[in-house]
Design a protein around this ligand. Structure first.
Ligand SMILES: [Fe+2]
Ligand SMILES: [Fe+2]
Length: 181
């Protein structure tokens, strides 16, 4: 790989965290009929996950779990899961992908969808993590009176998790891995 290609690759990877943070900022403008806007919701979710002692991948996943709503609310789980896939372990990817089915336990009945959709995930390796995320960090993160950290508080963890696509590493990236460590 040429030095120019290496620089371009490094710049492309480096911009993922920046893009995620930009999407997160835009969630401030999504109200969606909830008691708090979606930025507050995401930040409270990350805070609850962190306070519960979750590792950095889960905390960052919680902080960003609804950023896909900036692009498409019905597909927001797919969007955020695919953005995060190269940077988080498979169970965390699947947690992001499945989280809407678990939240559906609380509201799918109001929109003519099956509230038992989450049951198709029973028995999977990510079931307990996703249920814990939904029950403890997602569903409880709509409190206008709860403590909400700033977005800046989570930037170091977001930059750390998105620093290198360690779960999807083509040979060319292995070559430049040392540039990111
Ligand atoms: Fe969601
Ligand atoms: Fe959420």
């Amino acid at each position: 790989m040429t030095s120019v290609a290496r620089s371009a690759l490094k710049a492309a990877i480096g911009s993922v965290a920046e893009t995620v943070i930009t999407l997160l900022k835009h969630t401030e403008y999504l109200e969606g009929g909830f008691a708090v806007n979606q930025l507050t919701h995401n930040l409270q979710s990350g805070w609850l996950a962190e306070q519960a002692g979750e590792d950095d991948e889960v905390v960052v996943a919680a902080v960003i779990h609804d950023i896909g709503k900036v692009i498409s609310k019905p597909n927001h789980n797919n969007i955020v899961a695919e953005i995060a896939k190269p940077f988080v372990r498979p169970d965390v990817y699947n947690m992001l992908l499945a989280h809407q089915d678990f939240e559906g336990r609380f509201y799918y009945k109001y929109i003519n969808k099956n509230p038992d959709a989450y049951k198709k995930h029973i028995g999977t390796s990510y079931y307990e993590l996703t249920k814990r995320f939904s029950d403890e960090y997602d569903q409880k993160a709509f409190d206008p009176n709860a403590y909400t950290p700033s977005l800046e508080y989570f930037i170091p963890k977001i930059e750390k998790v998105f620093a290198y696509p360690k779960y999807s590493c083509p040979p060319d990236l292995e070559y430049v891995k040392s540039d990111f460590s």
